[in-house]
Design a protein around this ligand. Structure first.
Ligand code: GTP
Length: 454
C-alpha cells in the first residue's frame, strides 16, 4: 500500500492557500461594496428627511468593522423608513419641500447600476451561491430607481458575507482534515518506533538466551573436568539440561507474549491503514469535485474565470520557457443589454448558454475557452500567433453571427466583437488581457461584429 502522504499534505496546503487567496478577493469585494453603499447613501441623502438619519447611521456603521449582526437592525430600520415613505412623503406638512415621488434613476443611478452590475459580473461566486448571484444580476439590471438599487447593494453585501463565511468554513474544515491526517501519521510513526523497540526486545531476549546457555555449558565443562564419578557426572549433565530447558521455556514464553502483542498491534494498524485509505479516497473524490465545480460556470457548463486564470498562468510559464507563440482573445456579445431589455433575462441567459456551447464546439482541441464574466468570453490560443489565431477568431465570429435565434418567430441577430493579441517579450497575463480588452473596444468602436488585433 502506498500512502502518498506528502502528495496529500501538499494538496491540502494548496487548497488552504487557494481559499485564503479567495478570501482576500472577497475582502476587496466587501470593501468595494462598502464604498458602493457609501456612494448610494450620498446620492440618496437629502431626498427624504425620514430616511436621512437611517442612512447616516448605516454609513457610520459601515465605516467601522463590518459586523452583520449589528448591521441587520440598521438595514431593517432603513427599509422600514423607505416603506413608510409612501404613507408620509416629505412635503405633506412642509411647504418648502418638493412633492415626493420614489427617487427616479438619475445619472448617478445609472452609473451606480453599471458599477453594481460590473461588480456582480466580476466576482467569482461559490457554485452553491451561483443562482442567487444570477437572480441578483437580473434584479440589478431591472432596478428602476435608487431604492431598488440600494436593496440590490444590500443583497450583494449579504452574498459577499455569506461567501466569506463559506470560505472561512472551508478553510476550517480543511485545517481539521489536515490535523486528522497529521494525527494518523503520528500514530503510524509511533507504531513504527514501537515495532523497532519491540524488535530490539526480541534481539535482547535471544542474546540473553545465548548467554544463559553458554554460561550453563561453561559450568558443565568445568564440572566435567572435576567430576570422576560417572553417576555424579550424569546427574550434573541432567541438571544442566534442566537449566537450559528452563531458559528455553522462559525464552519461548516471553517471545510468545511478544508475538501475540505484535500480531494484535499489526492487526489494529492494518485496520487503521484501511480506514485511512477509505478516507483518502473519499477526500480525493470530494476534492476533485470541489475543484471541478470551482472552475466551472454552472449556468453555461463551461470553464469559468478561475479556470482561465489557472490555465493562462500555466501557458505563460511555458511560453517563458519555450517562447512558443501564445495568443489571447476577448469575445464580447454586442448590445447584449438590449437583448435582455427586449426579450428578458431568461432569454438573455439562453443566448449566453448557446453562444458558450457554440464556442466550446468550434474552438480547436488545442485551444481553451472560458466565460470570463457577464457576456464576455476569453480564448487562449496556445502555440498560435496572431495571424493564425485571427483566422480562428473570424471563424468563431461567423459562427456566432449565423446562430439562428428567434423571438416570436422573428429572427434575432446576435453578433460578437473580438479583441485579440499575442504575448510579446516583457508581457504578463494581465498586460496581455488588458491589450486584448483594448482591442475589443477598438472592435466595438469600429462598428461591432468584427475582430481587432491589439
Ligand atoms: N441575461 C443575462 N444578462 C447578463 C448576464 N451577465 C451580464 N448580463 C448583462 O449584460 C449586459 C451587458 O451590457 P453592457 O456592458 O452595457 O454591454 P452591451 O449592451 O453588450 O453593449 P456593448 O458591449 O457595448 O455592445 C448588462 O445588462 C448585464 O446585466 C447574465 O448572466 N445573464
Amino acid at each position: 500500500m502506498r500512502l502518498d502522504n506528502q502528495l496529500w499534505e501538499s494538496k491540502y496546503h494548496e487548497a488552504v492557500e487557494r481559499l485564503t487567496r479567495e478570501e482576500a478577493q472577497w475582502r476587496t469585494a466587501e470593501s468595494l461594496l462598502r464604498q458602493l453603499v457609501g456612494c448610494l447613501g450620498r446620492v440618496a441623502h437629502g431626498a427624504h428627511d425620514q430616511v436621512d438619519p437611517h442612512i447616516e447611521r448605516l454609513s457610520a456603521a459601515l465605516s467601522g468593522t463590518m459586523e452583520p449582526l449589528a448591521l441587520e437592525p440598521l438595514v431593517t430600520e432603513l427599509a422600514e423608513a423607505i416603506e413608510g415613505l409612501g404613507a408620509r412623503p416629505r412635503g405633506v406638512n412642509d411647504e418648502r419641500s418638493i412633492p415626493i415621488t420614489r427617487p427616479q434613476r438619475t445619472e448617478h443611478g445609472s452609473s451606480v447600476q453599471s458599477s453594481l452590475s460590473r461588480l456582480v459580473d466580476r466576482i467569482v461566486i461559490l457554485p452553491r451561491l451561483a443562482d442567487r448571484a444570477n437572480d441578483l444580476r437580473h434584479d440589478v439590471a431591472d432596478a428602476g430607481d435608487l431604492v431598488a438599487l440600494a436593496a440590490c447593494g444590500d443583497r450583494l453585501a449579504d452574498l459577499v458575507n455569506e461567501q466569506r463565511i463559506g470560505l472561512q468554513r472551508e478553510i476550517d474544515a480543511l485545517q481539521a482534515v489536515l490535523r486528522h491526517v497529521t494525527g494518523r501519521l503520528d500514530e503510524m510513526s509511533q507504531y513504527m518506533s514501537r515495532e523497532l523497540a519491540d524488535q530490539s526486545t526480541g534481539e535482547a531476549n535471544g542474546q540473553a538466551l545465548d548467554a544463559s546457555v553458554a554460561h550453563e555449558m561453561r559450568l558443565l565443562g568445568e564440572a566435567a573436568l572435576e567430576i570422576d564419578d560417572m553417576h555424579e557426572l550424569r546427574e550434573r549433565v541432567n541438571q544442566s539440561l534442566e537449566t537450559i530447558s528452563l531458559c528455553f521455556r522462559d525464552f519461548r514464553d516471553r517471545e510468545g507474549i511478544r508475538l501475540t502483542a505484535y500480531r494484535e498491534r499489526a492487526e489494529r494498524m492494518r485496520l487503521r491503514i484501511e480506514q485511512l485509505e477509505t478516507e483518502r479516497n473519499t477526500l480525493q473524490r470530494s476534492l476533485e469535485r470541489e475543484h471541478e465545480l470551482a472552475q466551472t460556470d454552472t449556468m453555461i457548463g463551461m470553464p469559468n474565470r478561475l479556470a482561465y486564470e489557472k490555465r493562462i498562468e500555466a501557458a505563460y510559464e511555458s511560453w517563458q520557457a519555450t517562447m512558443r507563440p501564445l495568443s489571447v482573445a476577448a469575445i464580447d456579445i454586442d448590445h447584449f443589454k438590449s437583448i435582455n431589455d427586449t426579450y428578458g433575462h431568461t432569454a438573455g441567459d439562453a443566448v449566453l448558454r448557446i453562444i458558450g456551447q457554440a464556442l466550446l464546439k468550434h474552438i480547436r482541441p488545442c485551444d481553451f475557452v472560458a466565460r470570463y464574466g457577464g457576456e464576455e468570453f476569453i480564448v487562449i490560443f496556445d502555440g498560435a500567433d496572431e495571424a493564425e489565431s485571427l483566422q480562428v477568431c473570424e471563424r468563431l465570429r461567423g459562427k456566432i453571427q449565423h446562430l439562428a435565434f428567434h423571438a416570436s418567430r422573428q429572427p434575432v441577430r446576435v453578433t460578437a466583437s473580438i479583441g485579440l493579441t499575442q504575448f510579446r517579450p516583457g508581457d504578463t497575463p494581465q498586460s496581455v488581457f488588458d491589450r486584448a480588452d483594448l482591442a475589443l473596444y477598438t472592435a466595438k468602436n469600429g462598428g461591432r461584429n468584427r475582430c481587432a488585433v491589439g
